[in-house]
Design a protein. Sequence first.
Length: 449
Amino acid sequence: MQTQEQLNRIQIGPETLSLPQIDKRGTNVSSYIIRGGNRLLGDVKVSGSKNAALGIISAAMLLDGPCWVDNVPDIADLNVMLEICRALGAQIKRESDGTLYINPCTITTCEATYDKVRSIRGSYYLLGALLGRMNRASIYMPGGCNFGTRPIDQHMKGFESLGASVTIEYGKINVEAEHLRGEHIFLDVVSVGATINIMIAAVKAEGTTVIENAAREPHIVDVANFLNTMGANVRGAGTDVIRISGTPVLEANATYSIIPDQIEAGTYMLAAALTRGDVTVHDIIPKHMEPLTAKMEEMGVKTEVGDDTIRVYMEPDQQLRAANFKTMPYPGFPTDLQPQTTVLLCVAEGSSKMLENVWENRFQYIDDLKTMGAEIMVAGHTAIIAGSSQLTGAKVMARDLRAGAAMVLAGLAATGETEITDIGKIERGYENFVKKMRMIGADIARIVE
Ligand code: EPU
């Protein structure tokens, strides 16, 4: 039961919400309350890709003219990114139709030492963009989710190959070049961030740059397509060899629309299966969802793929089969869906394994799942999930963005009430999460302080 004080803090919601509704919009959000047990039913639209948008907004800082970017998600990480770009001097405004007008020609500094640089990961793309634009850049060390060490040696190696010197001092990364020239770069590890950062910097380098062992994620292709639309010459994005022919001036003056968010889409697909629901996820690129769709089908989930939709459905009494997963760079199974998928494995029949191959430490949420009744054992990079658990509501925490989304999913499948604290981490990456979840029938409310 809620105390009267808690009830007074619950935000307004649709009629389906069983809790009293009091509008407190604009105040600080601190937790979600979920009453589990509802089957999710209906339609949900996916927003623009967070990780593509972070790369594209940074890449826009390289241009020699204005551009218009559509489908930019309204999420905390992106809004921080826009603030940082404005602090560099770029003009950015939202048009009435939601499109972002971006003019980087008014940039006055190559120093991104605005405090918020430290609060997001994607701010490090400004190194590549400002290096390309001004031959110098200085930014605070980027932040982001804590999965253990997050080295940036491959970014540095790439910039050095292009002719830049790199130093790290007083918490700042400084890169400087007299002249950027194309080079052959072989990445020691497949890194999304290093691939995008080097690609952005190389766009204005003299001659041709070849990035080998490049990451192939959909958002890398999206950043490359954006740059090409603005006048660059990037070939091979989406394969492991990317060739960039340097272009001294990028005229821009064009419009670009960001791809849908693969991870947001996957989160709703998993939520539908978990609640034995029937949800159609709209505005997606089904090809990007194949690593998930194939595994969900293996578990017994039914899917119907349209041109830009996927319907995910299960009978109310249908059992899910156990399965083994390994996270890998694209087109492998995405690490950013690992925590949400582990929740699904908790309720499947039989024992499953989840092997985390990308990050050193991305199982920090497992203890929260155990608090909710899950039986999981972690051995090194593998979580062994006993399955057939009836989750029960508890007070848990959003340890990071995707771990937080996983807690929401667990709450939807649990009996009773789940409270999730520190939900600012979830709202860094999911646009209108509560609203969208409620539209498909979830009983979830935001508690504000
Ligand atoms: N790595 C290095 N050296 C480097 C860079 C990476 O050793 O210079 C290692 C990392 O330690 C990790 C692996 O390479 O083990 C992959 O890291 P990657 O560089 O691909 O990750 P990232 O660019 O820092 C992006 C996303 C993450 C997502 C990963 C993997 C952004 C802003 N972040 O991070 O997204 O998990 O790729 O797909 O694009 C999220 O959205 O929740 C999120 C964490």
